[in-house]
Write a protein that binds this ligand. Structure first.
Ligand SMILES: [Ca+2]
Ligand SMILES: [Ca+2]
Length: 216
């Protein structure tokens, strides 16, 4: 009896230790699918999720990227503005996405201070089921991404973007976005690369959210 109580107390202690942290949630935009569905001809595709992804993050994790400055390899977007990426709007329709030119292109968020990053949540485009090619997400304290670059996500399975072969799988864009576990990686800048998509050669972003703790 006594042994059982001690054992129970131990198990409760272990359970609360394992549960330390918070489940990250965000506002998911409403469904808005337009046009006729198109085939998504990429290998090893992760099917579209039916609900929002979840991730346990450290207590005290906050949204760091809201309103932060965004730069890019294409300074003159074809549609919209780079600022859309951190403005908090995630709707799928016209006026909410920025379109940048074809080829491998990047956008970069400046958190304005080194942070301990817990998660990065990405919406490229969600009014049509499609997959973006060569999605690579990196963190660095170096604005030019030469030194100290940490790659958190890379689904360029054939290294066509020339940044190294990635082991992540291509996925279907949906309103639920792509949630990346950043595992407390430290850095000031977040750079996201892509190289067109299965519907056209252009690159798009609706919103990117970077979560973590400032001053990491
Ligand atoms: Ca936005
Ligand atoms: Ca590729």
């Amino acid at each position: 009896m006594k042994t059982t109580s001690i054992l129970s107390a131990l198990l409760v202690g272990l359970a609360s230790a394992a549960l330390a942290g918070t489940t990250l949630t965000t506002e998911i935009p409403p469904e808005l699918i337009e046009g006729t569905p198109q085939a998504i001809p990429v290998p090893n595709l992760v099917p579209a999720p039916k609900k929002a992804p979840t991730l346990s993050v450290p207590d005290g994790t906050v949204l760091l990227s809201k309103g932060k400055p965004v730069t890019g390899s294409d300074d003159f977007p074809i549609i919209g503005e780079l600022d859309y990426i951190t403005d908090g709007d995630k709707l799928g329709g016209e006026g909410y996405f920025v379109e940048i030119m074809d080829g491998p292109q990047w956008v970069q968020i400046d958190l304005e201070a080194t942070a301990e990053i817990a998660a990065i949540w990405v919406w490229h485009f969600h009014s049509q089921a499609r997959a973006y090619h060569d999605v690579v997400v990196q963190v660095s304290d170096d604005e030019s991404f030469v030194d100290g670059v940490k790659t958190l996500y890379n689904n360029d399975y054939d290294n066509s973007a020339g940044m190294g072969k990635g082991n992540d799988r291509p996925y279907v864009e949906t309103r639920f976005g792509l949630l990346i576990d950043a595992k407390k990686t430290k850095g000031r800048y977040v750079r996201l690369t892509s190289a067109g998509n299965t519907a056209n050669d252009m690159n798009h972003y609706i919103e990117v959210e970077v979560y973590g703790k400032a001053g990491g």
